[in-house]
Design a protein around this ligand. Structure first.
Ligand SMILES: *[C@@H]1O[C@H](CO)[C@@H](O)[C@H](O)[C@H]1NC(C)=O
Ligand SMILES: *[C@@H]1O[C@H](CO)[C@@H](O)[C@H](O)[C@H]1NC(C)=O
Length: 186
């Protein structure tokens, strides 16, 4: 492979992986983040979905090692990534954020989120999200499996805090992840 080819490939890659959104500080709840015609980031609250975590808790720890027995056939090229950045409270994510995003994802059924948007759920210090690079639905089984895989790879934990992570799914033009407000994502 010629050096010029490598250069243009890496340029394309860094463009594809550029973080498009900066997670704003928002109250607990579900939002769609988008970019308006002037290039400004806009957050729209998703009011049609129940975004509380009042439904039964899913047993998360028992599935933490499900990576070796995934229910999901992710398209080739899928990979987990540990982007670094601010850590957030494990309790906010595992005991609130994970199921709040799951419920919001479920409540939105087969709704397809527009290309270039983020479907996000805020619970305390944690933000759970799905990036749609093309029009994409949210899927609860994907979410669970994506978190299991990402969390088993990005295992930074300390004094109740945990590091952000995501599962990038280029074959489906989407990404699932979790981070703290202020992080650059997608
Ligand atoms: C939200 O939850 C309430 C109480 O369970 C239910 O009656 C209502 O239909 C839910 N709304 C949506 C949009 O799911
Ligand atoms: C937001 O969610 C977190 C985690 O569930 C909770 O600890 C906090 O009390 C919530 N804040 C408000 C204002 O409801």
């Amino acid at each position: 492979m010629k050096f010029s080819t490598i250069l243009s490939l890496s340029a394309a890659l860094s463009t594809a992986l550029a973080q498009t959104f900066t997670l704003p500080a928002l109250a607990n709840g579900s939002y769609i983040l988008s970019i308006d015609g002037d290039g400004n980031q806009v957050a729209t609250e998703v009011t049609t979905a129940n975004v509380t975590d009042t439904t039964s808790k899913r047993d998360f720890t028992s599935t933490i090692n499900s990576r070796i027995n995934k229910r999901f056939n992710w398209p080739s090229g899928t990979y987990p990534w540990c982007p670094g950045g601010d850590w957030f409270l494990q309790d906010d994510f595992y005991n609130h954020g994970f199921s709040a995003f799951y419920d919001s994802c479920y409540a939105n059924g087969n709704h397809k989120f527009p290309a270039g948007t983020v479907f996000a759920n805020y619970q305390g210090t944690s933000v759970s999200y799905m990036c749609s690079y093309t029009t994409n639905p949210c899927n609860t089984a994907e979410w669970s499996d994506a978190v299991n895989w990402a969390a088993s790879n990005c295992y930074g934990r300390s004094n109740g805090w945990m590091e952000p992570a995501y599962l990038h799914v280029p074959g489906w033009n989407k990404r699932y992840g979790y981070a703290k407000a202020g992080a650059g994502i997608c």
